[in-house]
Design a protein around this ligand. Structure first.
Ligand code: DC
Length: 213
């Protein structure tokens, strides 16, 4: 029996991990889950109920009551406020526990799957046969995200975007619950000087090398 191809893609905001995960999923014919969307949906749920991100019970309740339709409005889910809200609620252990089972089941589908997030290779599927940690310099990541958001009509300065990215990295990497960290057996892919085609090629080579082991 062949081992299911589970590809764990972790890394900070705007590193390119989402696009890489999507392209790998297409290439290998696998289902793809952007786990950030789950945390974003919880963050927006908390915002809609008053916005007290420090209220761990409220955040957990929202996470446990998540419905498929909470994941439909991708415009709102991918805006700047949702990213910040997601990072705030993601530090609560109850939220992470509430979202664990769904992610594990997705990852363990018979043929395999591609998941991207912050703790896929460390917590969700620590035995994934392929793990990538995708990163890029904060300036390059801020530039990419700023171009995306301003193209959609959001108004913010590049400096504010960079400050957002740096603050979010520190929060995601510094929390006690499943912090963002490169798994010991993950391949590091730095996309600072790469366009998406080069990044995808490099990712595909990593997958092939890991599968051959
Ligand atoms: O990948 P993203 O930017 O959509 O993620 C938004 C936030 O959600 C991120 O700052 C931290 C949190 N997150 C997480 O803690 N664990 C994940 N697996 C995915 C996202």
């Amino acid at each position: 029996m062949t081992t299911p191809l589970i590809i764990a893609v972790d890394g900070p905001a705007a590193s390119g991990k989402g696009t890489i995960a999507q392209r790998l999923a297409q290439h290998y014919g696998l289902p793809h889950l952007d786990t950030g969307l789950l945390y974003r949906a919880v963050g927006l749920g908390v915002l809609d109920r008053g916005g007290d991100f420090g209220d761990a019970d409220l955040a957990e309740q929202v996470a446990r009551a998540l419905e498929p339709e909470d994941l439909f409005d991708t415009t709102r889910l991918t805006d700047r406020g949702a990213g910040e809200a997601a990072s705030r609620v993601a530090g609560h252990t109850g939220v992470r526990a509430a979202l664990l089972d769904l992610q594990t089941r997705f990852a363990r589908q018979p043929g395999g799957a591609v998941l991207d997030g912050r703790d896929i290779g460390t917590v969700i599927v620590p035995d994934a046969p392929v793990k990538l940690f995708v990163t890029a310099s904060p300036e390059v990541r801020a530039r990419r995200r700023w171009l995306q958001l301003t193209a959609r009509g959001e108004t913010l300065s590049f400096e504010d975007m960079l400050a957002d990215i740096v603050r979010r990295d520190a929060r995601d990497a510094g929390r006690g619950a499943a912090p963002m960290v490169q798994a010991a057996d993950a391949a590091l892919l730095d996309t600072t000087d790469m366009d998406i085609e080069a990044a995808f090629d490099a990712a595909r080579r990593i997958v092939e090398t890991s599968r051959a082991r």
